[in-house]
Write a protein that binds this ligand. Structure first.
Ligand code: ADP
Ligand code: TRP
Length: 320
């Protein structure tokens, strides 16, 4: 099994990203050859300040390494260090029907939100297909929002193979339907674009203040409460073991238990959970040469694979 996934450095990562994408991707490194990359070419479609893009890219590198990505097992790289994907993306665009891209939800959603409708934004799924096909990935773990892009990738691989010969492995998406969407402090899906997120490595003060702001209903302190409809409890469940969850659910149902107390318990759990990662992140941040060398080694390995695929595609199309 060859696994590939990427994440855009379009902001600081939050606990929704951690439980929805980072942890599952890190767990998959045990099951096959994994490629994980920081999609900074993709982030260019929305991040326009070069210094900000550089800083967020670095943050994502530190976050993944701190949270357990093992660079000895997983090929970890910056997308822009593997320029082969941009050439492959052009070759794939030749077999990309306009209608296929016009049907993509993410382009429509992003332009509806006010993002400038550029060619890069429109062609985004073709570059994503190049990322995946370049390393001949068999499995692509993504959130539900990215499923359509993996379907586009499959269509392009099949079309190219039919027209020019069997060059690409047709990948399967691996959608983590079972990972509940992590709610934000306002109860909607946690997302940096809604500013309802809790950063993975925010300061203690900021993290606590976000937790204390979680929206709850106005049930009086003494009344019984329903844990299953409460955002605080939904987040607590991510960090607590079965017995701890049961104990808190019992307190909710018994009454005389305020949301403030539940929030404090959640904050303690959350802060302790990330404590070892925080320590590792500080050590990594103090050793930028090591982090850079991990990314460079990863890129060198990815370039070998991508280069082989690109050569095969060029030859098949009559370029080489
Ligand atoms: P954001 O919504 O904050 O911009 P992205 O769209 O960049 O996050 O998502 C990056 C990855 O994290 C994707 O794989 C996505 O499925 C996952 N993800 C983002 N938010 C959540 C959430 N609230 N719950 C679960 N997974 C999430
Ligand atoms: N589009 C993905 C997202 O926004 C990031 C991404 C880029 C990606 N290339 C990829 C994910 C290739 C999986 C495979 O989350």
């Amino acid at each position: 099994m060859r696994i590939l996934s990427g994440i855009q450095p379009s902001g600081k990562l939050h606990i929704g990203n951690y439980f929805g994408m980072m942890r599952p991707a890190i767990e998959l490194q045990e099951q096959g050859q994994a490629y994980l990359f920081i999609a900074n070419y993709h982030a260019l479609t929305t991040v326009t300040d070069p210094e900000v893009l550089r800083a967020w890219t670095w943050d994502v590198a530190l976050d993944f390494l701190a949270c357990g990505l093992d660079p000895e097992r997983t090929v970890f790289f910056r997308q822009s260090d593997v320029p082969e994907v941009t050439e492959l993306s052009w070759l794939l665009s030749i077999v990309t029907p306009m209608g296929l891209l016009e049907r993509c939800h993410s382009y429509k959603d992003k332009t509806a939100k006010g993002i400038t409708p550029s060619h890069g934004l429109f062609a985004y799924p073709v570059l994503m297909a190049a990322d995946i096909l370049a390393v001949q990935a068999t499995v692509v773990p993504v959130g539900r929002d990215q499923k359509q892009h993996v379907e586009v990738t499959r269509d392009l691989a099949i079309k190219f193979n039919h027209q020019y010969g069997e060059i690409f492995t047709v990948p399967e998406p691996s959608i983590r339907e079972h990972v509940a969407v992590v709610p934000g402090v306002d109860g909607q899906k946690m997302s940096k674009s809604y500013n309802n997120h809790i950063e993975l490595f925010g300061s203690k003060k900021e993290t606590k203040s976000r937790v204390m702001r979680i929206v709850t209903d106005s049930t009086p302190l003494e009344d019984p409460k329903d844990p299953d409809t409460c955002n605080v409890f939904a987040l607590y469940k991510l960090f607590a073991d079965e017995a701890e969850q049961q104990a808190m659910a019992d307190q909710y149902r018994a009454g005389d238990f305020g949301y403030g107390t539940a929030k404090k318990a959640l904050f303690e759990k959350l802060w302790d959970y990330f404590e070892p990662f925080r320590a590792r992140r500080e050590a990594l941040a103090a050793d930028p040469d090591f982090v850079e060398s991990v990314l460079q080694r990863g890129a060198a390995k990815a370039r070998i694979e991508a280069g082989k695929t690109l050569q095969a595609a060029r030859k098949a199309m009559g370029l080489a």
